[in-house]
Design a binder for this molecule. Sequence first.
Ligand code: PMT
Length: 402
Amino acid sequence: MPSLADKKIVVGITGGIAAYKSAELVRRLMDHGAGVQVVMTDAAKAFITPLTLQALSGRPVRDTLLDSSAESGMGHIEIARWADHLVVAPASADFIARLASGMASDLLATVCLATSAPIILAPAMNQGMWRKSATQRNIATLMADGITIVGPASGEQACGDVGPGRMLEPSEIISHLTRTGNNHSLDGASVTITAGPTWEALDPVRALSNHSSGKMGYAVAIAAAAAGAAVTLISGPTALNPPPGIQYRPVQSAEEMLAAVEQDIDTCNVFIGVAAVADYRPLRSETSKIKKHSDSVTLELVRTPDILARVAQHTKRPFTVGFAAETDRAIPNAREKLHNKGLDLIAVNQVDETNNPFGSEENHLILISKTDEIDLGRDSKTVLAEKLISEIAHRYHDEYSA
Ligand code: PMT
């Protein structure tokens, strides 16, 4: 594990019962030899005292934006510049909303806005607040802005509810921290990723599509870039912002996605097909809006090109990874796809009442190759994407150094 010794880490603490775990986080970071500056919001001080954190970090805690004595010494811009990493744990729903909208309403939000250091947020809140669409929109915005979201974990909560919203344990946060900015496993590799749904036009205002939000594919693209790869993200229509530092090609239909993929096919080293590509498109796309002249309409559908199979069968093929969303016989069906399409690896997500990966923040992935099967478990799409990229990196290197 890469070392945190001599790293300068700002630990941001916001208001929530999980703030008691922040003391342990600070203590463990100090044990790793890191320098820690704690920045607290006013709400955090209702849960843990600045004195405790000062004693653990060996530095006065900073909590005020407009503090003339601090501005002449370690002011908010200095803290932002000083940091090698910034980790906010716990990150409350309120703080997440403020950060997503770019507000600089207190010291911690201002430091987050001003810093160029990688930022990790460890959300903690009631499960209902976490599931609320406003929070999910804010999380998607922050992920698209390149911020790493770790957790939350699921389980029993302080309020008695059960569900997602528990802050990750300090040891888990530290293991994410050591990976962020220290991962060079795909340095020099060029990685092309497809994400989101495709839209197959029926007429100028209607299309056949599916519920893919792009979250899984965008998380994979961010994780590949964090591992040092030059990433091209080819995305169907989604509500997500293009992640920073990634070459982004928006497309609509399967045909357009194939054309975008073909631009890279000779040069990319790794191809990951996360997109939920429509298997069929209307034979004809009308040039004018279809009118409601009758009670029923018969659509004639034809197959779209299989982009993944084309990549895998290309003469100079990249290391090729597919995804499979299956409602029945997930593993045997995915194995069949691995074999029929000639893939190196396939990531299976079962779609059932316990796991619906379409649009959600979490997923459960199982990786299958010709020789093995690995359960990556149930986790946030960010964490699963990191695990997937780490598996791909070592298999890609094994293949090319063999
Ligand atoms: O976007 P999210 O809301 O985060 O949801 C993520 C996801 C569920 C879309 C993602 O995790 C996923 O499973 N993507 C693949 C879903 C799918 O359509 O699987 P499939 O079994 O139909 O296709 C198998 C593979 O072939 C996929 O890699 C797909 O990209 C590829 N394919 C399929 C059809 C086609 N015409 N061309 C393709 O390249």
